[in-house]
Design a protein around this ligand. Structure first.
Ligand SMILES: [Zn+2]
Length: 306
């Protein structure tokens, strides 16, 4: 067997998924017209040309590194809200970074809701608790751009909220049960604000922090969309009757009844939106960002919360 023939056999077995040629008889096949392809040596790729090449990697900005360090201290040391951090001048001195870089790091933490910066003579930096509306602040633009229909929000609520009502009936404290019944009996109040407040309190009653935090997003979206709907006095009354039933089921500890009452409440809401032809429209129609900018800012800046 010539060296060319051996190269040919090796090539044919390595470059296909067929079983390797068996027996010397096949070595009589004619040699390939072109040499087998070769893998270019690594040096053939110019340094830094790939998307992971050295030129593509940028060191994190100094401001991000400083923000990471401060965030790690705040969360890692469990600093309570109100804890004073070193001033901007002290941080500049300690870190050896420029003032603009330190400011950028602080602005980043401020936008995350981890610190508040007081300016002026009485200035300083203190640790704060992030506002839950930050979640909606991040998600509302995503859901607006994807034009998620109101049907998605309604379906999400129908999956989650009956379970929340049931959990609330098991977990709520006496004080929470009383507050829930009072809120339901308080009357229609200011239309949709009272509607949303009831569902927020119910989520608190469930005694599950993840449920409470994650339900803030649909509830904030609910404010945004209800604020623009044509809600009649009868709608508000009907919602209030439903809240009344749910609150009493929760107060008496009947989880199954609370879940059923919640499901009926959400079904009736879904049917109404369907009659209005709203279900397949976006949760927050695009034009409302222009028309109701003030309301959207209020909701997204967390002025409704805490
Ligand atoms: Zn309701």
């Amino acid at each position: 067997m010539s060296s060319t023939a051996r190269a040919s056999a090796a090539h044919s077995s390595s470059s296909s998924n067929r079983p390797a040629a068996s027996g010397e008889g096949e070595a009589a096949a004619p040699p390939p017209a072109v040499p087998p392809p070769t893998v270019p040596p690594p040096a053939a790729k110019p340094a830094g040309a790939g998307w992971l090449g050295p030129r593509g990697r940028r060191a994190p900005k100094a401001s991000i590194l400083l923000a990471n360090e401060l965030r790690a201290r705040i969360l890692g040391e469990g600093m309570p809200a109100g804890t004073e951090l070193p001033s901007e001048v002290e941080l500049t001195r300690e870190s050896g970074l420029g003032r603009a870089t330190v400011r950028e790091a602080l602005r980043l933490l401020e936008s995350e809701g981890l610190i508040a910066i007081r300016r002026g003579v009485q200035g300083g930096i203190e640790v704060t608790r992030p506002n839950l509306s930050q979640l909606s602040h991040s998600l509302a633009p995503i859901l607006t751009l994807s034009e998620a229909p109101l049907a998605d929000l309604v379906a999400f609520r129908m999956i989650i909220e009956p379970a929340v009502a049931s959990l609330a009936a098991e977990q709520a404290s006496e004080d929470q049960r009383t507050r829930l019944v009072e809120l339901a009996e308080h009357g229609p109040g200011d239309g949709y604000q009272n509607e949303v407040a009831f569902h927020v309190l119910l989520a608190e009653c469930a005694g599950n922090e993840l449920v409470r935090v994650l339900l803030m997003v649909p509830h904030d979206l609910l404010r945004l969309h209800l604020g623009g709907e044509n809600i009649t006095v009868e709608d508000v009354r009907e919602a209030n009757r439903a809240h009344h039933r749910i609150s009493h089921a929760v107060a008496s500890g009947d989880g199954a009844d609370a879940a059923r009452a919640m499901l009926r409440h959400l079904e009736s809401f879904r049917d109404r939106m369907e009659r209005l032809g709203r279900l397949q429209q976006p949760i927050v129609p695009r034009e409302r960002w222009l028309k109701d900018g003030a309301l959207l800012r209020e909701v997204l800046q967390g002025e409704w919360w805490e």
